[in-house]
Design a binder for this molecule. Structure first.
Ligand code: FES
Ligand code: FES
Length: 170
């Protein structure tokens, strides 16, 4: 039986945080490795590597995606946003500002995933109820905060976005 050749390379054309990249990577490369190792985006965290904890969450065409369990070739032609792509011109995004204000992180390991998850939620629903927020973030694990301050952070991010005139998807 023919075994798959892990070293066969595949071309991946992808926009990451607004910059276009043309890469050739082994077919077995997962998105988190492409982002961290090929592009140096170390804000993408990995922990379980089984699509369970959510630490590695990035946005693929606006959809929260477990980058540890997504092949790099699956994002060919897509736009990826990582935590590094949230701040603009040195200013914290509303999501980042809110988490800093409300103590939405302690060790910070889950934070990059939580931040992009928050952005995706508020792009879809600029004024979510607490129950909606709770259900949305249930995909991601935080071992430190007990979640209450994360819920407050998401609510504060919604407030900041409204103050800045940011509605749904931008
Ligand atoms: S590291 Fe990807 S879901 Fe846990
Ligand atoms: S802040 Fe430590 S895991 Fe969430």
């Amino acid at each position: 039986m023919t075994q798959p050749d892990e070293q066969t390379t595949v071309r991946v054309d992808v926009d990451v945080n607004g910059r276009h990249h043309e890469l050739a990577v082994p077919t077995s490369t997962v998105l988190s490795d492409l982002l961290r190792d090929e592009l140096g985006l170390q804000g993408v965290r990995t922990s379980c590597e089984r699509a369970v904890c959510g630490a590695c969450t990035v946005l693929v065409d606006g959809t929260p995606t477990a980058s540890c369990s997504t092949f790099a070739f699956d994002v060919d032609g897509a736009a990826v946003r990582t935590v590094e792509g949230l701040a603009t011109e040195g200013a914290l995004s509303p999501e980042q500002q809110a988490f800093a204000e409300c103590g939405g992180f302690q060790c910070g390991f889950c934070t990059s995933g939580m931040l992009v998850l928050t952005k995706a939620l508020l792009d879809e629903d600029p004024d979510p109820s607490r129950e909606t927020i709770r259900a949305w973030i249930s995909s991601n694990t935080c071992r430190c905060t007990g979640y209450e301050m994360i819920l407050e952070s998401v609510e504060r991010a919604a407030q900041l976005r409204a103050e800045q005139g940011m509605g749904a998807r931008r």
